[in-house]
Design a protein around this ligand. Structure first.
Ligand SMILES: [Zn+2]
Length: 222
């Protein structure tokens, strides 16, 4: 099983939400929700073409199965809308009898229009905001993919960047003094350029079975 570096995925997603804007317009001007940073928490990814949709963005964020590049690939199929614009965009007159909420949204949109408040998504300003959002997402993707893991976090199955293979583990077992070998855990650690903690953990617990944990918190000792 290949380990995916998902450590930064949540932080990446939060930053994308903070730095992108609703592309919906009100009376041909930028959505006023964009002025209030707190509102961006509630912004939603709206697939532009339903047929191209593979997964919900929020599912991809919470599931361990997906990496940042896979998440980004899906994000690029979407535009970003505040909840109100999302509701307005998703309501269709034909479906309005199907459910109460859509009927309500439809009525409210009509009332707003009577008061000369109109929502739109088809202006060059929408296009401009959308392409700015896409650039933000692409830029943050590069930034977060090149972020190193924090000092005290190491990947499961690695130590000091060295991948611990089953073969390596078998060698450790036979080298260890407690098994009749010649070396202490410190000496084994030095020989393989890994943490002594790691060697000790492997030798006392055994080679780990496949795990859903991708990262482990460990205190590095010199
Ligand atoms: Zn909006």
């Amino acid at each position: 099983m290949q380990l995916k570096n998902n450590y930064w995925k949540f932080a990446f997603y939060r930053t994308v939400k903070q730095q992108t804007k609703c592309v919906g317009l009100i009376n041909n001007k930028e959505c006023p929700n964009n002025k209030i940073k707190m509102n961006r928490i509630a912004n939603e990814f709206n697939h532009l073409n339903r047929k191209q949709k593979s997964y919900n963005i929020s599912y991809m964020v919470s599931s361990k199965k997906f990496s940042i590049p896979e998440l980004v690939e899906e994000m690029l199929k979407c535009n970003i809308l505040c909840p109100a614009h999302h509701m307005i965009d998703n309501h269709t007159e034909n479906d309005s009898r199907k459910n109460r909420q859509e009927l309500t949204v439809h009525r409210m949109v009509e009332e707003l229009e009577l008061n000369n408040i109109s929502s739109s998504l088809n202006d060059s300003l929408t296009f401009k905001l959308h392409s700015e959002n896409l650039n933000v997402i692409k830029k943050l993707k590069e930034e977060y993919l090149s972020k190193p893991l924090p000092e005290k976090i190491t990947k499961v199955g690695e130590s000091n960047g060295v991948k611990i293979t089953p073969k390596m583990y078998t060698q450790w077992v036979s080298l260890w003094t407690r098994n009749g070998g010649q070396l202490s855990t410190y000496q084994i650690a030095n020989m393989y350029a890994v943490q002594r903690n790691t060697v000790y953990r492997y030798l006392t617990i055994g080679y780990p079975k496949e795990t859903t944990r991708k990262f482990v918190f460990s205190i590095k000792r010199k």
